[in-house]
Design a protein around this ligand. Structure first.
Ligand code: GDP
Ligand code: IMO
Ligand code: MG
Length: 426
């Protein structure tokens, strides 16, 4: 009989991204043999801070700073070789030897320079209804994957790669002519091909075999999600979403790990909510509280530098995220940012007129339903130095108890600052 008892754990975002996944993976990775990305691409920006240094990873898993951990970019990821090369160079400059412990799936799709042009052209043509994409070519690259046109990392090893690149480029050039959009990819293309050269030196493998072998051997694997549940292509606030499955099921298709081999699901959420780009955000704040969250929480996009929109925690949305992911362990970040507020609020229900909704509205973009808030006693003081739950302010403990009660899942980890050392296991 095959033994499926050793399972991979998944860590993912429960909101609209930027929940602090990178920081938490960096910490948890110490306990794992492998850290792997399963979806998304360089639209992600995962920030790690330690020893006074700060890094933002886009493609490479957040286990890369742990020398004993293998890192894998899975088949569900879309890779831009130019960005990949830049990331590798930054890591090398920081004294890390990233290619030593890094594997890349042959089946991961490539983002071409012309995918970026198509992304920009599509967004420009949408005007006010634009998605607010990071313009990294994510949507067009996944379209070519599902449309069965895309190029994969494994293809770079084939002798006819240049011709296949050219054929796909010409298809894109035809598509781009349908838009009234000026673009010039020549500089980027040169850097892109340098990235392809670097990829040829990397360990490009059939990674589904590697991951399953590791699990067979009793090794531990952590899968790192990008974006967040409300940006999921199926369950997010469509069409204001990204183009991949960000939920736990995405770890199965994005790594080749079967559902009966998924163990814990760590769901990361901020003590409040942020969103970058367009789309509905019912608990968004347009007042001083929102501005203060942005300032104190340094809520600026790690990939695009755009200001993040800020608002209160949305419990119905969080409940939904817990449900579709099967979250077993919650991780709460950034409660330190709310310290010293005059009031802390949480949306606890949605009401449409007098009616309380049992579920999130089907189309959050077009709904008359509104969140109903509950106020919590605020907490104060500098929380960044706290390392034990017993030392938390009572008001923060009540906040945590309430969320656990509502979600019926324990908060196992609390992050109270950007640094690696600022973490509390409950
Ligand atoms: P990710 O995309 O989920 O990895 O998150 P990002 O890196 O895009 O954004 C999270 C930001 O919050 C980064 O700047 C982190 O350094 C920072 N951060 C993470 N956890 C905490 C925390 O508990 N408190 C504070 N103040 N900052 C945090
Ligand atoms: P991490 O992994 C926050 C948002 C974009 C835009 C929408 C679609 O750092 O949490 P895309 O470039 O995918 O076509 O953009 O999704 N978005 C993110 N927002 N964090 C991310 O990643 C994001 N990746 C994409 O702002 O609204
Ligand atoms: Mg981010």
């Amino acid at each position: 009989m095959r033994d499926y008892s050793n399972k991979a754990d998944v860590l993912l975002g429960l909101q609209w991204g930027d929940e602090g996944k990178g920081k938490v993976v960096d910490i948890l990775a110490e306990r794992y043999d492998m850290a792997s990305r399963f979806q998304g691409g360089p639209n992600a920006g995962h920030t790690l801070e330690f020893d006074g240094k700060k890094f933002v990873l886009h493609t490479i898993p957040s286990g890369i700073f742990r020398p004993q951990v293998l890192n894998l970019v899975g088949n569900g990821v879309v890779i831009d070789p130019a960005i990949f090369k830049q990331e590798i160079e930054e890591l090398v400059a920081a004294g890390v030897d990233p290619l030593r412990n890094l594997f890349i799936s042959k089946k991961a799709h490539l983002i071409l320079p012309s995918h970026r042009a198509l992304d920009a052209a599509s967004e420009a043509s949408k005007g006010k209804t634009k998605i607010g994409s990071t313009l990294k070519g994510i949507g067009p690259a996944y379209m070519d994957k599902t449309g069965r046109n895309g190029l994969r990392v494994g293809d770079i090893l084939a002798p006819n790669f240049a011709e296949r690149y050219q054929a796909l480029l010409e298809k894109h050039q035809w598509l781009l002519r349908q838009y009234d959009f000026a673009y010039d990819i020549r500089d980027y293309q040169a850097r892109w091909f340098e990235g392809i050269e670097l990829l040829r030196q990397a360990r490009v493998v059939d990674s589904e075999n590697l991951v399953n072998q590791m699990l067979d051997q009793g090794k531990t694997v952590l899968a790192e999600g990008a974006q967040g549940t409300l940006l999921d292509i199926d369950f997010g606030t469509f069409p204001y979403v990204t183009s991949s499955n960000t939920i736990s099921a995405g770890a199965c298709t994005g790594l080749g790990v079967p559902p009966n081999r998924i163990g814990k699901v760590f769901g990361v959420f901020k003590a409040y909510t942020t969103r970058v780009g367009s789309g509905p955000f019912p608990t968004e704040l347009f007042d001083d509280d929102g501005a203060r969250i942005r300032r104190v929480g340094r809520e600026v996009g790690a990939t695009t530098g755009r200001d993040r929109r800020c608002g209160w925690l949305d419990l119905p949305a969080l409940k939904y995220a817990v449900m579709v992911n099967g979250v077993t362990d919650l991780v709460m970040t950034k409660a330190d940012v709310l310290s010293g507020f005059a009031q802390v609020k949480v949306a606890v229900e949605y009401h449409d007129g007098p009616d309380r909704l049992d579920n999130l509205p089907y189309d959050m973009n077009n709904t008359t339903a509104l969140p109903v808030y509950r106020s919590f006693e605020p907490w104060s003081g500098d929380l960044g130095g706290l390392r034990r739950v017993e030392d938390f302010p009572a008001a923060l403990r009540s906040y945590i108890d309430f969320i656990e009660q509502e979600l019926q899942v324990p908060i196992r980890v609390v992050s109270l600052g950007p640094d690696r050392s600022q973490i509390v296991f409950t």
